[in-house]
Ligand binder design. Structure first.
Ligand code: 5GP
Ligand code: MG
Ligand code: MG
Length: 183
């Protein structure tokens, strides 16, 4: 899927496929260096993180395991509340593992701060976060994010795993939607 397939739906392209790719190169190099000689389990949060997980993991030289979780955060409309339910749990026992959560975007950070606490309670060696995007509100919550792709403005974005009404996840770039799409 590319820009021409959704041309009328997009207001702007915020980050191109090339920009995402070169930032992922840098993040992967950093992660390789930081986890050298250590075990590493990548945990992806469905569904938004599928692109980051696939593209980041393929750039790592480090051998990793991968597992997935699905959570739903109760909230009104586009705002999450921090009340989280696990829809699909990990298959992996975390005791003694170095866990790196791969995320698409951190907005309020409420879902993620719940998730980090939840995973930390399972006896891992470490739990860190890598996110492709971060919005300004994330600063209000006490979540230490070790790897950030891009800090973006407080706008609703789609593509690269991120949806609006389950659409646009397979765009290879990050964009904003034209107002008529929401109407
Ligand atoms: P929060 O950090 O507020 O708890 O929630 C993060 C989740 O909200 C993300 O994983 C994503 O599903 C959704 N989200 C937050 N901001 C955006 C955005 O700009 N676009 C899209 N498509 N989803 C978003
Ligand atoms: Mg997510
Ligand atoms: Mg969504």
């Amino acid at each position: 899927m590319d820009q021409s397939d959704v041309a009328g739906d997009l207001a702007d392209i915020l980050l191109t496929e090339e920009q995402l790719g070169s930032r992922l190169d840098e993040m992967a190099a950093q992660i390789d260096a930081d986890y050298a000689g250590k075990d590493l389990l990548l945990v992806g949060v469905l569904k938004g993180a599928v692109m980051v997980m696939a593209d980041l993991s393929r750039r790592l030289h480090h051998p990793v395991s991968m597992d997935w979780m699905a959570v739903s955060s109760y909230g009104s409309g586009t705002k999450s509340s921090g009340v989280v339910r696990i829809l699909k749990d990990l298959d992996t026992d975390l005791s003694g593992r170095n866990v790196l959560i791969a995320e698409d975007i951190i907005d309020s950070g409420l879902t993620l701060s719940w998730l980090v606490q939840n995973l930390r309670s399972r006896g891992p060696e470490s739990v860190e976060i890598a996110t492709m995007l971060r919005k300004p509100d994330a600063a209000k919550v006490e979540v230490d994010v070790k790897y950030v792709g891009f800090d973006i403005p407080n706008e609703f974005v789609v593509g690269y795993g991120l949806d609006y009404a389950e659409k646009y996840r397979n765009l290879p770039f990050i964009g904003t939607l034209a107002p008529h799409v929401y109407a």
